[in-house]
Design a protein around this ligand. Sequence first.
Ligand SMILES: NC(=O)c1ccc[n+]([C@@H]2O[C@H](COP(=O)([O-])OP(=O)(O)OC[C@H]3O[C@@H](n4cnc5c(N)ncnc54)[C@H](OP(=O)(O)O)[C@@H]3O)[C@@H](O)[C@H]2O)c1
Length: 331
Amino acid sequence: MSDQKMVNPKEVPSVTFNNGQTIPIVGLGTWQSPPDGSLYKAVSGAIDAGYRHIDCAYAYGNEEEVGKAINDAISAGKIKREDLFVVSKLWLTFFRRDRVKLCVNKILTKLNISYLDLCLVHWPMSFGESDTDNLPVGPDGKVVPGDIDYLEAWQGLEDCVNDGLVKSIGISNFNTKQIERLLGAAKIKPVTNQVESHPYLAQVQLKKFCEERGITLTAYSPLGNPGSQVNTGSDKDRLLKDSVVNRLAEKYNKSAAQILLKFQAQRGVIVIPKSVSIERIRSNIELFDFELAAEEITELEALNRNYRTCGFDEVGVPNLPNYPFKDPNEV
Ligand SMILES: NC(=O)c1ccc[n+]([C@@H]2O[C@H](COP(=O)([O-])OP(=O)(O)OC[C@H]3O[C@@H](n4cnc5c(N)ncnc54)[C@H](OP(=O)(O)O)[C@@H]3O)[C@@H](O)[C@H]2O)c1
């Protein structure tokens, strides 16, 4: 592994969206980062290490701590608000058009900022309306379904762009049929589709599909989320132990995690590794002093086995009409 140093934010490549806005290709993930001071340290440490992109979500329940770290860095003169790319996500209990702005305003209040650089529809399904319960469950133990279509949620996000609350809008966990349907109705085109991706879920077809339509791909769980509280299988760190990944790590004197992250960035895929360890946060952005060979990218893509760590398969969610992964071969 290379010695740790701060990465100059200018060395981190940007991806340009279909509306001209640019986003640093590496961002800090924040799902399951505990708001007990660790997330504050993670975001502050990430800014010091050269990150200028933070991936948040209403549903993560920890945006206040992200906001405090951002605002303290601004007050300390380390960054200006416009230097930072802040992403958040509309939750599924706020899909009604007039409730979308309510959710976005709640996010802005928690983050204590005046606009989001990007807001995504977190998933294409809707849940029963609630301002307090992110996963409303009925007496049958199943999620309470919502009856609002994601096309209506999209109109709500378009309103937020027109009102200056959000600069760009995008989607997350949408399959190709859902993207096609959205494109048929949208006034503002989505800039990215944020989906799980790593060599075991390489998303080659979805990437091509999106790119052909001017939509970038963002890879979540790029390390396979080895510490997940949702996927508790005994093999959850198997991507980090994969023999091909480790052979490349040895060849380039990098860590297995750095190979997994470089795999995405070199394919032009935006990547958002989560960590609350300062050492890992620093190393996860040290990706721009080496290049994988084209055949090594192909070799990593060939490890695909449609392995999903984040299927949201609790309390009957997969039975909802717009659940995107009903068919395991669905792209
Ligand atoms: N749109 C969606 O539906 C969706 C779903 C899932 C995730 N996301 C976003 O994507 C982000 C990343 O995905 P993720 O959190 O699921 O998984 P991930 O980034 O693949 O993995 C995070 C896990 O890996 C560990 N880790 C981080 N760097 C490491 C390294 N260099 N070596 C070894 N282990 C390392 C972390 O532990 P430590 O913290 O202890 O370092 C944590 O347990 C999320 O945080 C969230 O922002 C979005």
